[in-house]
Design a protein around this ligand. Structure first.
Ligand code: C5P
Length: 210
């Protein structure tokens, strides 16, 4: 079974995808980390993420970049969002994601375009979303816990910019696939969102078995 979990930054999709993978005993890939690795590589080499040549060269990042503690920072998120606009960069990362999705027992992948581009045949597609305010508050708490000081205003502004860029790009824009189930987590705790997601997967797989 392939489960596609798409949605904007800090919507809870990562937490939900990890929990689904554990519950259904499937491997999980956070595809944002691949784009973050490309962004981080551009940043480290002093390149320009908007420049196709620089971004494309960075797709040959060493595997060690995936363990870089900086990978989950807001700055690297911004770089990731900028490199991900280039169709050639998306193409370079396609095969790795596709192969992960095609494992014999299936997989859970989370990102922006899993249900639409990477695994359009996924049995279950969730589009996890939440209001900008709810997402900013979560990201703020996360950053504080990690000792990365940012104001709530800064984070809200960052999220808005990233949403805009991710939604407006020509290639694989952030959008719910027509057959995706939308899960709004604005007023849910993580545990409630996970329980809802597990129930949705069970519902979808039960109805497709009939
Ligand atoms: O999910 P995360 O915030 O880690 O993703 C970082 C950036 O990578 C996103 O803002 C988006 O621009 C890009 N991305 C993408 N397609 C994916 C996953 C992430 O374009 N499947």
């Amino acid at each position: 079974m392939i489960i596609a979990v798409d949605g904007p930054t800090a919507s809870g999709k990562g937490t939900i995808a990890r929990a689904l993978a554990e519950h259904f005993g499937l491997p999980h890939l956070d595809t944002g980390l691949l784009y973050r690795a490309v962004g981080r590589q551009v940043q480290k080499s002093g390149g320009n993420p908007d420049d196709l040549g620089d971004a494309l060269a960075a797709t040959a990042f060493p595997e060690s970049v995936l363990d870089d503690p900086e990978l989950r920072s807001e700055d690297v998120g911004g770089y990731a969002s900028r490199v991900s606009v280039h169709p050639a960069v998306r193409q370079m990362l396609y095969e790795r994601q596709r192969q992960f999705a095609m494992q014999p027992d299936g997989a859970v992948l989370d990102g922006r375009d899993i249900g639409s581009v990477i695994a359009p045949e996924a049995e279950v597609k969730l589009f996890v979303t939440a209001s900008v305010e709810a997402r900013a508050a979560r990201r703020f708490a996360e950053m504080q816990a990690r000792g990365q000081p940012h104001t709530l205003e800064d984070i809200t502004e960052h999220l808005r910019r990233r949403d805009e860029r991710d939604s407006a790009r020509a290639e694989a824009p952030l959008r719910a696939a027509p057959d995706a189930v939308v899960l709004d987590t604005s007023t849910l705790t993580a545990q409630e969102a996970i329980a809802r997601a597990i129930a949705l997967v069970k519902e979808r797989t039960a109805s497709s078995a009939n």
